[in-house]
Structure formats: structure tokens, C-alpha cells
Design a protein around this ligand. Structure first.
Ligand code: HEM
Length: 362
């Protein structure tokens, strides 16, 4: 558990001077240990919820390997079986890749089902944990159904249709919503935090809503960029750029350029938003931590995006870039949850006064 907190402190160290970081470390360590012994002692359910989140990220990354290696048709047009067999008997490499994606994503489904059953056994009717676990189950079911549509309608391998592009975007947005819901399930289970509301929270709700829209838009444009690079690989950067701006190029290639532009705009917005939230929520330990983590991750993601572009997206960079996109999203969700929990813990009558004391004019 201490390792978990250590990660926060390491992230924090990136965003402050080395000296300050070192001196903060001891102070924070004591604070952390105190918190661990009181608020943050994790139940078995909470630990399992964090595990389910981490495992789902691994499955998502394996999906990149399926796309990038053109293995989506490795099991033919069959679902739930692979090529008509429960376990393929004489598999090619692409069958192994696609089949292992099916097995690992099947286990992710089972893990979320266990989370749901556990939540229903552990928590009373109407409890927030039951609702969150149920939402996770809904989104993993939609995830599996979109995967089935991709396979059954042959929207895989070298299929360049706009229906495939649309389905990939829907797949990515659903994945991000699933990650958000799993993150919140684990977060609620860990801290015993109060449910929060985004209604009547003024400027902060609007800014967070704009950020959610921005991150989803950037990530959807990224999934189109990744698809176009898979379908129309180029030998050099110059050739790739020429393809992007040629009037005769496929629409997916011409849309590709939107991703760096959108991501830089949204990334800069996120950095300013995190800074603004930090300046308003000075007293909130976790809000500050996650705002720092978000800022660092967006900066690292800029670098990884530029490197991915310049090196024509080798698979290892595609994996790192998507992992960082997931991490940016999770850090944003946790920062938002903490800041909204802070304002939502005040009663309606207290809200205008206490929220201003704690968070300034939000
Ligand atoms: C906050 C910032 C960013 C986020 C959240 C983000 C997110 C994403 C996502 C989700 C994908 C799809 C990955 C996949 O499905 O395999 C992607 C792909 C991509 N991104 Fe970003 N991105 C960001 C910044 C950037 C920047 C600044 C650049 C370039 C300067 C960039 C270049 C690319 C490229 C080239 C791809 C396609 C990779 C491939 O061919 O597989 N990204 N991005």
C-alpha cells in the first residue's frame, strides 16, 4: 500500500523542484502513513476493484496489438467461437493473437461480473457501490457487443470503411467510460468518500464537462489516426504528411492531422485547469496530488505523441501512447472526483460560504 502512495510522491517530484521534493517527501510520508492507518485502509472489495481496473487496462493494450498486427480476422467471422472451434486446433499467429484477446477480454468480463456479485452481497440495497458495479457491468457488456459487431461484420484487418471507423470510435469512447466507472468504483470503495453531485457546482462543473468532452474528442481522433496508420502505412514521415494533405487521399488519412492539433489544444486546457483547481483547492491533499499527476502525464503524453509521429508509430510506442492516454483519463477522473467530493460534502445551506473558503470562487 505504501508503494501506491510512493507513486504519487514520485509524480509530485516531477512537478516541484528536487530540493522541495526531498523535504516534502518526509512530511508527506508521515501524512501518508497517518492517512493509511485511518482513512485509506483498503477492504478486500476495494483492492479487487483496483485490480479489475488494472487488468482491464492490460486487455485494452492487447487490443492495440490485435489492430496493429492486422489480426482482427484471426478467428474468422465467428463469435463466440474462434473459426467454429472453442479452442483453435491449428492456429496461425494472427489466430493466436485474436484468440488470446478474446480469452483475456472474456476474463475481464468475468472479473467485472464478480465485482457486481460481490457489491450486491456486501452492500445494502440502494448503496452507491451497487450502482457503480452495475454501471461497470453495463459498459463491459457494451464493450463485448461492439467487439462482436467488429468481428461479425468483418470490420477488422484491412477494412477501410467509414462504418469501421465509426465502430472503432464508439469502441474507444465506451472503453474510456468503462475505465471512468471502474476508477470511480475503486475510488468510492477505497475512501468511503461521500457521493458527489455535479449539479449546481457552477463554473467548476462546466469546466470539468468541457474537459471530459475534450479528452473523449482527442482520444476518438487518436483512434482514427491509429486506424489510418494501420491501413495506409507510409515509408517515411514526408510521405505520411503528403498523404495527409493530398486531396486524393482516403478520408481517414485527411482526418489524421486533426489529432495533434486537437490534443495540443485540449492538453494545454487540461494543464491550465489542473493549475486553476490547485490554486482553488489548496487544502485538499488528494485533489492537489491528482492535479499534479495530470499535469505531468499530459506533458509526457505530448512527448510520446511527437515521438510516435516522428518514428511512424512502431507498436511499442503505440502501446505506450495508449497507456498514457488511459493514465491521463484516470488521473483526470480522480482529480475531478476529489474536487467534486470536496464541494459536495457541504450541505446546501453551507455551500456558498464553505465552498468559497475551501475552493475559492468556483
Ligand atoms: C493529451 C494528449 C493526447 C491524448 C489523450 C492522445 C490520445 C491518443 C489515443 C487514444 C490514440 C489511439 C491509440 C490507439 O488506438 O492505438 C492516439 C493515437 C495517436 N496519437 Fe495521440 N494523444 C495525445 C497527444 C498526441 C500528440 C501531441 C501527438 C503528436 C504530436 C499524438 C500523435 C498520435 C499518433 C501519431 C497516433 C496514432 C498512432 C498509431 O499510428 O497507432 N498524440 N492518441
Amino acid at each position: 500500500m505504501f508503494g501506491f502512495h510512493l507513486v504519487f510522491l514520485i509524480f509530485e517530484c516531477f512537478s516541484v523542484s528536487t530540493f522541495k521534493c526531498y523535504s516534502d517527501f518526509e512530511r508527506n510520508r508521515n501524512l501518508t502513513v497517518t492517512k493509511m492507518n485511518t482513512e485509506l485502509k483498503l477492504s478486500g472489495f476495494a483492492r479487487f476493484a483496483w485490480f479489475v481496473l488494472a487488468y482491464n487496462i492490460v486487455v485494452i493494450l492487447w487490443g492495440v496489438v490485435v489492430r496493429a498486427s492486422l489480426s482482427g480476422d484471426g478467428c474468422g467471422q465467428y463469435w463466440l467461437t474462434c473459426g467454429g472451434e472453442v479452442v483453435p486446433s491449428a492456429p496461425q499467429m494472427k489466430t493466436v493473437i485474436e484468440f488470446s484477446h478474446r480469452v483475456t477480454s472474456g476474463l475481464a468480463f468475468v472479473a467485472v461480473l464478480v465485482l457486481l456479485i460481490w457489491a450486491f452481497r456486501k452492500f445494502a440495497k440502494g448503496n452507491l457501490m451497487r450502482k457503480m458495479a452495475f454501471a461497470s457491468f453495463v459498459f463491459i457488456t457494451v464493450e463485448a457487443l461492439i467487439g462482436a459487431v467488429l468481428v461479425l461484420f468483418k470490420l477488422v484487418a484491412l477494412n477501410p470503411s467509414m462504418i469501421r471507423a465509426f465502430s472503432m470510435t464508439a469502441h474507444l469512447i465506451n472503453t474510456f467510460i468503462l475505465l471512468a466507472v471502474l476508477t470511480l468504483t475503486a475510488w468510492f470503495a477505497s475512501g468511503g468518500n461521500h457521493p458527489f453531485s455535479i449539479r449546481r457546482r457552477g463554473k467548476i462543473s462546466w469546466l470539468l464537462a468541457v474537459a471530459v468532452f475534450g479528452i473523449l474528442l482527442v482520444s476518438a481522433s487518436g483512434s482514427l489516426a491509429a486506424l489510418s496508420s494501420t491501413l495506409f502505412p507510409s515509408a517515411t514521415l514526408a510521405e505520411g504528411l503528403a498523404q495527409d494533405f493530398s486531396e486524393t487521399s482516403h478520408i481517414l488519412l485527411r482526418l489524421r492531422v486533426s489529432h495533434p492539433i486537437l490534443s495540443i489544444s485540449v492538453g494545454v486546457f487540461l494543464i491550465f485547469l489542473a493549475g486553476w483547481i490547485k490554486s482553488k483547492a489548496k487544502e485538499s491533499f488528494w485533489t492537489n496530488r491528482w492535479a499534479n499527476v495530470l499535469t505531468v502525464l499530459v506533458g509526457v503524453q505530448f512527448l510520446s505523441g511527437a515521438l510516435t509521429l516522428l518514428t511512424l508509430a512502431p507498436i511499442v510506442l503505440q502501446l505506450i501512447h495508449l497507456l498514457l492516454a488511459d493514465a491521463v483519463w484516470i488521473a483526470f477522473v480522480l482529480m475531478s472526483a476529489n474536487v467534486l467530493e470536496e464541494v459536495s460534502s457541504f450541505t446546501e445551506a453551507e455551500f456558498p460560504v464553505k465552498a468559497q473558503i475551501s475552493l475559492g470562487e468556483v
